[in-house]
Design a protein around this ligand. Structure first.
Ligand code: KG4
Ligand code: ZN
Length: 357
């Protein structure tokens, strides 16, 4: 019988300091033995976003405690761990370096294998901890930093089908929230406010809805929200704007996901139709409802990882470490942190003004 692997995962790419111990359950699934996340919301909320230097300092202050707690809660000792996986990118370099260096130091001193994990691959593989999913599958990753449709071909092999050409979806939620006077991160509160408003009250634009394949754009939407927010008369109208914004997002996601599904099926019609939605914004219930409905219409099975695996965490990093180790994708301790690290390196960089579809 093959030995069941146990990995320590470390994540510090943005504003969560996280460590987790994950072990193999067998049959391709995993068991999360501990999943410790220390959020920095308090540090950043008055600034309306993540301040890199503050984030790095908070990571340095917390990382040792967070790792110790993850080991303790797993009821194992460091010597029982078969390998260390740490996020090496994409993200804020000053933040990435904290977790990456600690991970390398632990791996080096214990002489255990080290895996440098792409944070996006962590999100992409996270649903496989609890679900048996065959490759390839369609992934929509919607977080504060990324918004992409990807075909997950295999570990380490991705085809990007579409991406945002400006803001990430979580960023669009957070910017709208800021204009409405909501503290960072505002996504969850927009969802709450939307329940109290009329979603048809304001008409908002849906940029590049009918062009650009399943690429997305949210900047025009933000500009429209900015204009409207200046003339709001009362709290009720703020609720209407939150509701109208969320409805517009859902209409965009509905249309763009339809295209992504077609593209996913383009070369292989008899492939199993699996659609995974991950990232912090996947916590939004209206978005879940909308994409579940579309999946049913298009005969896709929709999979939403549990909420603690949607937002940033280290269990997904430990799991990606285990999956990569089994493919012999082991890194050396010189592996650098990377601010930009696309999963599909052949896909063109699609950001900035002047893009034409
Ligand atoms: O994946 P995540 O925790 O961190 C990143 O990798 O960015 O995502 C955080 C993002 C934030 O922009 C936050 O406002 C958004 O996810 N978010 C939501 C909801 N919960 C979190 N957006 C809309 N509705 C929600 N319920
Ligand atoms: Zn993330």
């Amino acid at each position: 019988m093959e030995k069941k692997l146990t990995f320590l995962g470390i994540e510090t790419s943005c504003d969560e300091t996280a460590a987790s111990v994950v072990t193999e359950k067998g049959d391709g699934l995993g068991i999360i033995l501990s999943n410790v996340v220390s959020s920095q919301i308090e540090e950043h909320k008055e600034f309306g976003g993540v301040v890199p230097e503050l984030a790095a300092r908070a990571h340095i202050e917390k990382i040792e405690f967070v790792i110790k707690k993850a080991i303790e809660e797993s009821n194992l000792n460091l010597k029982d761990i078969d390998g260390i996986a740490a996020t090496a990118g994409p993200g804020l370099i000053v933040c990435l370096n904290v977790g990456l260096n600690v991970g390398k130091a632990i791996a080096g001193s214990l002489k255990k294998p080290f895996i440098a994990v792409n944070h996006l691959e962590g999100h992409a593989l996270s649903p496989k901890i609890n679900n048996k999913i065959k490759f390839p599958y369609l992934l929509l990753l919607i977080s504060g930093g990324h918004t992409q449709y990807l075909k997950v071909n295999q570990i380490n092999s991705y085809t990007r089908l579409g991406t945002t050409i400006d803001d990430a979806l979580g960023e669009a939620f957070d910017k709208t929230a800021k204009l409405l006077g909501i503290e960072y991160p505002g996504g969850p509160k927009i969802e709450q406010w939307a329940k109290k408003g009329d979603e048809n009250y304001f008409k908002l634009p849906k940029p590049i809805l009918k062009k650009g394949g399943c690429n997305l754009s949210f900047a025009g939407l933000k500009t429209a929200v900015l204009k409207i927010s200046k003339g709001l008369k009362n709290q009720k109208e703020k609720y209407h704007l939150a509701a109208s914004f969320q409805k517009t997002i859902n209409e965009i996601l509905y249309e763009k996901t339809k295209i992504a599904m077609e593209e996913f099926l383009k070369d292989k019609k008899n492939v199993e139709k699996i659609f995974v939605i991950a990232g912090g914004v996947a916590a939004n219930l209206k978005i879940r409802e909308n994409l579940t409905k579309l999946s049913k219409e298009k005969k896709f099975s929709s999979i939403f990882p549990p909420l603690n695996l949607c937002s940033d965490n280290a269990a997904m990093i430990a799991w990606a470490g285990i999956e990569r180790y089994k493919m012999n994708l082991i890194d050396n301790l010189k592996f650098p942190s990377k601010a930009r690290w696309p999963l599909d390196i052949s896909a063109p960089f699609l950001k900035g003004p002047g893009l034409k579809f």
